[in-house]
Design a protein around this ligand. Structure first.
Ligand SMILES: Cc1ncc(COP(=O)(O)O)c(C=O)c1O
Length: 490
């Protein structure tokens, strides 16, 4: 593409994106399609001959935009948001255009050195002490995989060289990782990938607020040791995925230190709230962690993908992943440079520090704090409406910006645990979620808490205002009244 065509097409893409984001509310948040509807819209094979960029962009508007789930829609209140801030989009464009591979210092000196700067900017902004180093990865799943690989390496079993094959079984290695029943599936996947095995992620019981019980953790470790198993690491979460519960990190850090276990803190979602000094209570003790993951692509508005892995044990991370063939060796340098590929399983790496540098400068920490505070206030307002209604029931505390609840008409309040009624409530809530999402105005997700179908409303979208949250509440009540008119009291 010659420079003139690139410039003209680039302007068209920016126009298209600016129009899309300005008008995103015109779309149904979730497109009205069923699995398999879309594939037939696309040519079965790649074209033999070139097509003009105008035709391709026209198809973006015709085929792509109407058929995505609109994560940037202000009514997108599902999962955890990954908000596309304007500055983040511009950062991604520049990253793509510069096109550097941040695998070695010499494949992009500034990508390497800016990554160190940004890791340290985040460390300070989150109120964490010096001594934590780190790197930027694609996702929390990768960050946790790296952390647990480093924990495995630090255990001195030489797994990265000798592997684990044949070392399980009686008298062999049975490595154990601990986390609450609420631990995100990425920790289990890390155990699967690292040869620890997902059965060896011990699901420690939680209390009534879905937080790990330190007494149960200590008991699980003791019983594993007595059975000849080898405790390796604990994953504590601040802001679990289902209910955003908070594990007692300080007490867990105490146990991990006593037992010589690696402590990994998963704050992928809620870590952003540590930007607010008066909201750091839930994080007490995380400064003692061996590793911490926080996702800028969640509540920092940095777009997929960007995950921050902080660790005070960078040498263990390097030991787990460093492998330097001759063609990747850095020659003739007086000052040893960091080559980030030595800290991950991948070689090629995106220049993610660029968009994060732009984003932190454009919002300023003050701007990020302000937006996160607004989201927390919106969630508190929604929780207040729920609590004031006798037909809805909140199913978990709301420490951040996510509300877990279900429709439980007042007429059924005393009987909700009877098996028939419990089944009926599950079914009602599944149908309520479906009906609300079919409106196209909002998009919510679900989970199960104490075996109850639970609707989740999570705020973290830059474009969500109070009127959108109010609209979600109105839709929920209207649809509930339509689905179960006989049970409704208000
Ligand atoms: C607490 C927690 N940890 C980890 C993850 C995985 O994040 P990612 O999609 O970046 O791998 C999530 C995703 O929502 C999460 O909520």
């Amino acid at each position: 593409m010659d420079p003139d065509e690139f410039r003209a097409s680039g302007h068209r893409v920016v126009d298209l994106l600016a129009d899309y984001l300005a008008e995103v509310e015109r779309y149904a948040v979730f497109p009205p399609v069923e699995p398999g509807d879309l594939r037939p819209l696309f040519a079965p094979s790649a074209p033999e001959t070139p097509e003009p960029v105008g035709d391709i962009l026209a198809d973006i508007s015709r085929l792509i935009l109407p058929n995505v789930t609109h994560w940037q829609h202000p009514g997108f209140l599902a999962y955890f948001a990954t908000a596309a801030s304007g500055i983040g989009i511009l950062g991604e464009m520049l990253t793509a255009g510069i096109g550097s591979n941040a695998m070695l210092w010499r494949t992009s000196p500034v990508a390497t050195e800016l990554e160190g700067v940004i890791v340290d900017w985040f460390r300070q902004a989150l109120g964490l002490p010096e001594g934590l180093d780190g790197l930027i990865t694609d996702t929390a799943s990768t960050s946790t995989l790296i952390a647990l690989a480093a924990a495995r390496e630090a255990a001195g079993i030489d797994a990265s060289r000798a592997g684990l094959a044949g070392r399980h079984g009686p008298g062999g290695l049975a490595l154990r990782v601990y986390g609450p029943t609420e631990t995100h599936s990425s920790s289990a996947k890390a155990c699967m990938t690292l040869g620890i095995g997902r059965d060896h992620l011990v699901r420690v019981p939680v209390d009534e607020a879905y937080a790990l019980r330190p007494d149960a953790l200590a008991a699980a470790i003791a019983s594993d040791r007595a059975a000849g198993q080898r405790p390796l690491a604990v994953v504590a979460t601040v802001g679990t995925t289902s209910s955003t519960s908070i594990d007692p990190v300080a007490a867990i850090a105490e146990i991990a230190a006593r037992e010589g276990l690696w402590l990994h803190v998963d704050a992928a979602y809620a870590g952003a709230t540590a930007l607010l000094p008066d909201r750091r209570g839930p994080f007490t003790g995380w400064e003692r962690a061996d590793s911490i993951v926080v996702n800028p692509h969640k509540w920092f508005f940095a777009l997929l993908d960007a995950s921050l892995l902080l660790t005070r044990r960078i040498d263990d991370v390097r030991a787990a992943f460093s492998l330097v063939p001759e063609y990747l060796r850095t020659l003739d340098r007086d000052n040893p440079a960091r080559d980030y590929n030595e800290l991950t399983s991948q070689l090629g790496r995106r220049f993610r520090a660029l968009k994060l540098w732009m984003l932190l400068r454009w919002f300023g920490l003050e701007g990020l704090r302000r937006r996160i505070s607004v989201h927390i206030e919106l969630a508190a307002a929604f929780a207040g409406w729920l609590d004031a209604s006798s037909d809805f029931e909140r199913l978990a505390p709301v420490p951040f910006s996510t509300v877990c609840f279900r429709y439980r008409p007042a007429a059924l309040a005393g009987r909700a645990d009877e098996p028939d009624i419990a089944r009926r409530l599950d079914d009602l809530n599944a149908r309520l979620l479906d009906a609300v999402n079919r409106s196209g105005e909002v998009f919510l997700s679900h989970t199960r808490l104490r075996d109850r179908f639970t609707i989740r409303l999570a705020i973290g979208n830059l474009r969500t205002e109070k009127r959108h949250v109010r609209n979600a509440w109105d839709l929920l009540r209207d649809e509930a009244a339509r689905l179960a008119p006989e049970d409704r009291t208000s």
